[in-house]
Ligand binder design. Structure first.
Ligand SMILES: *Cc1c(COP(=O)(O)O)cnc(C)c1O
Length: 368
């Protein structure tokens, strides 16, 4: 079976892990945590990094640091992984889903303003499946309405918006290092910020809200959201390879695009976009199955599996899920894209002959 995603390691990860274990620094104290925070922040172009136990914890930490609370409304994309909306709910705030842009699938920046109320406190743009959001419009709205911006760049390490790496524009920006993300620490996450106040606040919130000068004195309700030195040991080694991973994912995307050219021209499928202002890192190369194809998405996924190729359906729009059904707005693009989208294998160790096999199999499935 060709998996959709697979972590790639070499001796570097092992060497760092062995060092962490041999020195006994296995929890959150230890040199790799700091090293990973500093190196990752530098790579993205932010001043400070706060590593967390996973990406969901990073989002929750960011929202708590910005004092998001009961009654607040937070703009999120409707089409997105559930963690983004859930962390808003953890703060007793309300996620307000916005429809997808039909061309590049991220939240449509032109549909944000109509959802802004006096309760709106922040926007969380998610760079979906590796494609950046149109940040200029989002930042302009945030400025005009005095809203915080939290970029969720969990799926887009190294993607670029108008030439700049995403994840450094918002007040706090969040990343995930889950096994299938661009680089991984097993489970893991990070918040980046340029604000020294938010940086200090997040470090305290991450460590039970404990006063750094007074052990076991807790000024406010905090969490244990720390990253371990074992996770960070892997992260430090992974980060050295990030540009290679991205380059390979873009090459895989090019192979898919060339292979699918005919299917696309004939209108059977829609390819993973890359708008003129974007550098997509193709976290998972994705296609939409158009109505013209005889086969429906779920059947397509089943058939692919039968041929030894794993794939994933797109996320459900959050407004159809039981806990978010309160939103009755018609979000047609998100529903449409969600129902037709498939993520294809995009591991950076895949070779041309494997992509050729996947393309050939898909051509047969679509045309019969
Ligand atoms: C993966 C992901 C998260 C959550 O990260 P975890 O590390 O799995 O908790 C959050 N947002 C988006 C968009 C993601 O893809």
């Amino acid at each position: 079976m060709i998996p959709v995603a697979e972590p790639v390691f070499d001796d570097d990860e092992l060497k760092n892990l062995v060092e962490a274990i041999k020195t006994g620094w296995i929890s959150s104290k230890g040199k790799f945590v700091k090293e990973f925070e500093v190196n990752f922040a530098k790579y993205i172009g932010a001043k400070y990094g706060v590593a967390t136990m996973n990406g969901t914890a990073a989002l929750h930490l960011a929202l708590r640091a910005l004092d998001i609370k009961t009654g607040d409304e937070i703009i999120v994309p409707d089409l997105c992984f559930i963690a983004t909306a859930n962390t808003v709910t953890y703060c007793n705030a309300k996620p307000i889903p916005v429809d997808s842009h039909p061309e590049y699938w991220c939240l449509d920046p032109y549909k944000i303003e109509e959802r802004i109320t006096t309760k709106t406190k922040a926007i969380i743009p998610v760079h979906l499946y590796g494609h950046p959001c149109d940040m200029d419009i989002i930042m302009e709205l945030a400025e005009r309405y005095n809203l915080f911006v939290i970029e969720d760049a969990a799926e887009a390490h190294g993607a670029k918006y108008k030439g700049n790496i995403v994840g450094a524009l918002g007040d706090i920006n969040c990343f995930s290092f889950f096994a299938n993300k661009i680089i991984t620490t097993g489970e893991g996450g990070m918040c980046l910020t340029d604000s020294v106040e938010l940086y200090e606040k997040m470090k305290i919130l991450r460590d039970h809200g404990m006063n750094p000068q007074k052990r076991y004195w807790h000024d406010f309700l905090g969490f244990n959201y720390r990253m371990t030195n074992l996770q960070a040991a892997v992260g430090v080694a992974q980060l050295k390879k990030i540009d290679k991973f991205i380059e390979k994912k873009r090459l895989i995307a090019k192979w898919y695009k060339e292979g699918f050219q005919e299917l696309e021209e004939q209108g059977y499928i829609t390819l993973h976009p890359e708008l003129s202002w974007a550098m997509n890192i193709f976290w998972m190369y994705s296609i939409l199955i158009n109505d013209k194809a005889k086969i429906r998405r779920d059947h397509f996924i089943e058939k692919l599996k039968g041929k030894g190729i794993d794939s994933r359906p797109f996320f459900y729009p959050i407004h159809v899920l039981p806990m978010y059904e309160f939103n009755t707005n018609k979000l047609k693009n998100a529903e449409d894209i969600s129902s037709r989208g498939v993520n294809l294998p995009t591991s950076p160790i895949l070779e041309k002959n494997q992509i050729d096999f996947i393309v050939k199999t898909i051509k047969e499935l679509i045309n019969t």
